[in-house]
Design a protein around this ligand. Structure first.
Ligand code: GLP
Length: 256
């Protein structure tokens, strides 16, 4: 795994945006796997700025979501589909019909999960998957205990995740209990993965993901199996990494 420790969250966002912009520049029809949450917002803002400056077109790119809440009306502002459109794609020239997510409004969720997997295959797979990390080590909404080979399916959120995500709702009871998420096996099929984490709240999950054992207890640890993953963290999120000095030494020899 490539571990990059940046001085602060702004630098994390700048580097992440550079990696996203490079992916689309090299392959204009790139399939971008997008994450929600607060962490990637600054990255999206940099990519939007590059588009506004005329340096980037996303007109042929596709955006695929990692996950979606079950139970919110389709026009609810906190659905992940509305969120990603609002915070990112609508501010670029990525066509609205190029944003894809699992159909959680289907009456047959098992079929909807299978058809999302088929769609990812039809699109040729994900070129660059952006990930955040939950304080309990989840990626997407693969909570602790998730099978490391799992595919897109329905999951139940932990109390920790519902509390963490309550800030997006008027009260905690409004946070859905269930979601559809790409599985860990699905995420691992992306050609390149970029995991972002900032702030000391994430330091424990980051250390367990990168330096802990490969274990369903920390779903993000499955990334240790991926051949092309970059973990991009700020100083605070790197706080508990035992090999931080070593990662910094390697990083000093590379151009990002
Ligand atoms: C949610 C999303 C994850 C995201 C996580 C962390 O649970 N499903 O994809 O990584 O939140 O979010 P934040 O970046 O706000 O800490």
């Amino acid at each position: 795994m490539e571990v990059v420790i940046a001085a602060d969250a702004d630098t994390v966002a700048e580097i992440a945006a550079r990696i996203m912009i490079r992916a689309v520049t090299e392959r204009p029809s790139a399939v971008l796997g997008l994450a929600t949450g607060t962490t990637p917002l600054a990255t999206y803002a940099h990519v939007v700025a590059a588009h506004r400056a005329g340096d980037l077109t996303l007109s042929a790119a596709r955006a695929v979501l990692l996950d979606e809440y079950i139970g919110l009306p389709p026009d609810h502002p906190q659905t992940y589909r509305s969120t990603i459109r609002r915070v990112f794609t609508e501010q670029t020239d990525l066509p609205p019909d190029h944003v894809h997510g699992p159909n959680v409004w289907s009456t047959d969720l098992v079929a909807a999960c299978a058809s999302y997997e088929s769609l990812l295959t039809e699109l040729g797979g994900v070129d660059l998957q952006l990930l955040g990390i939950g304080t309990d080590g989840h990626i997407g909404f693969n909570e602790p205990g998730s099978s490391l080979m799992s595919r897109t399916r329905v999951k139940t959120l932990t109390a920790t995740t519902r509390t963490d995500n309550a800030r997006f709702f008027s009260n905690q009871d409004d946070v859905p209990h269930h979601v559809v998420t790409q599985g860990l096996g699905t995420i691992l099929e992306a050609r390149q993965i970029l995991l972002l984490a900032t702030g000391s709240r994430k330091s424990d999950a980051v250390a367990r993901a990168i330096e802990g054992p490969l274990a369903a207890r920390c779903p993000a640890s499955v990334l240790q199996l991926h051949p092309h993953v970059t973990v991009l963290v700020d100083d605070h999120a790197a706080d508990r990494l035992e090999l931080a000095d070593y990662y910094r030494e390697i990083q000093a020899t590379k151009e990002l």
